[in-house]
Design a protein around this ligand. Structure first.
Ligand SMILES: NC(=O)c1ccc[n+]([C@@H]2O[C@H](COP(=O)([O-])OP(=O)(O)OC[C@H]3O[C@@H](n4cnc5c(N)ncnc54)[C@H](OP(=O)(O)O)[C@@H]3O)[C@@H](O)[C@H]2O)c1
Length: 341
């Protein structure tokens, strides 16, 4: 059936300025890391993306390696761009990244100019796009000069392959260096994509959050729901089909370790009249320190629930203090290696 997006979609979302730039992003963005590979039916992917856009979620985040198999999420999104969003390209912010393993040999991962430019071309082809809105260096490469990685990003913008560039999981010091190099090249660093949620606060302890504010760089927090741990999903055990049962990125032992804290958070969310997912997203966005919370979803209903977070983003000092105490109990940062390099 032909898709016509809701006319009131832009009244259903708030849009935040990405640092000191001209770009605005929705408070909630959608990532296609999981649930967009060959193991998920096309109808589910379509329903998730349509529901997102109907709620004013204009930003879709991809990477070369999202699937499985790697590349298939970009292909699936490319198909939806053709069938559902063809008339809406200028209403969308589509991002992709390169940094993790994509193909064999010395040119298929990390941060060389050779890899980044070739991978960007492959991503554009898979999605059927002339350009992406944001292209990221997915992780810091300790063996490639940062000037080379940032030079490749600059070239990607100047050659028309991307409108803006970003970095992901770089620590505060590396971010300062990347920002300075890009500034000299004349292509500003527009956005940083770090992991951040109630159970993983490395962006605060590392100083990254303050650094981004000081530099006027925007931020989009990935895994804001700790891969589903910060929702009601695991309150009564690990349900069949959930991410923790899929032998992918979420080990069941991590869920079990966190669940005592999650139950306390759920009581707080109920008292606020929100679902736990909504409270976890509101917390990431609190005080305007983060431009957008980048969720994943396995159903349209989850997108709808998450989009509702923007109805209450305020916390009392007492609520914040209680969350601080709970988050000190656990720390789950699966991307610690990349951000500590
Ligand atoms: N830059 C990087 O290195 C990096 C790394 C990882 C992710 N990312 C980006 O961040 C995006 C989000 O990552 P993520 O999927 O791990 O984020 P997340 O939002 O923390 O977790 C998403 C999962 O939580 C569950 N969920 C979502 N909404 C729910 C709701 N309302 N009620 C109950 N359960 C709900 C679903 O789990 P089930 O599937 O079990 O239903 C869903 O798949 C990715 O798609 C990607 O774009 C970037």
């Amino acid at each position: 059936m032909t898709y016509s997006p809701r006319d009131d979609r832009y009244d259903r979302m708030t849009y935040n300025r990405c640092g000191a730039t001209g770009l605005k992003l929705p408070a909630i963005s959608l990532g296609l890391w999981h649930n967009f590979g060959h193991d998920t039916p096309h109808a589910t992917k379509q329903a998730i993306c349509r529901t997102a856009f109907d709620h004013g979620i204009t930003h879709f985040d991809l990477a070369n390696n999202y699937g499985p198999p790697a590349g298939s999420a970009e292909e699936a999104f490319g198909e939806l761009l053709k069938t559902d969003f063809r008339l809406h390209r200028d209403e969308l912010i589509v991002s992709s990244k390169a940094g993790y393993h994509m193909w064999n040999g010395p040119y298929g991962e990390w941060g060389s100019r050779k890899y980044l430019i070739a991978s960007c071309d492959q991503s554009l082809k898979r999605m059927g796009l002339e350009y992406v809105d944001i292209f990221y260096s997915h992780r810091f490469d300790p063996d490639t000069p940062l000037e080379e990685t940032m030079g490749a990003l600059d070239h990607i913008v100047r050659s028309g392959r991307a409108q803006y560039v970003g970095i992901s999981s770089y620590n505060s010091q590396r971010t300062r260096e990347a920002h300075a190099i890009l500034k000299d090249l004349g292509t500003p660093l527009v956005i940083h994509q770090p992991s951040y949620n109630i159970l993983n606060r490395w962006v605060e302890t590392d100083g990254l959050k303050d650094t981004l504010k000081e530099l006027g760089v925007g931020s989009i927090a990935f895994i804001p729901l700790a891969q589903g741990i910060l929702t009601k999903k695991y309150l009564n055990g690990i349900p069949a089909g959930s991410r923790a049962t899929q032998d992918k990125s979420l080990d069941p032992s991590v869920v079990e370790k966190a669940i005592g804290s999650v139950k306390k958070l759920n009581e707080m969310a109920e008292a606020r009249g929100q679902t736990l997912a909504q409270m976890a997203l509101a917390w990431v966005l609190r005080g305007g320190g983060i431009t957008s919370a980048l969720i994943g979803a396995s159903s349209a209903a989850q997108v709808e629930d998450c989009a509702g977070a923007i109805r209450n983003l305020d916390f009392t000092p007492d609520e914040l203090a209680r969350i601080d105490a709970i988050s000190e109990e656990k720390d789950i940062n699966l991307w610690a290696k990349s951000s500590s390099d």
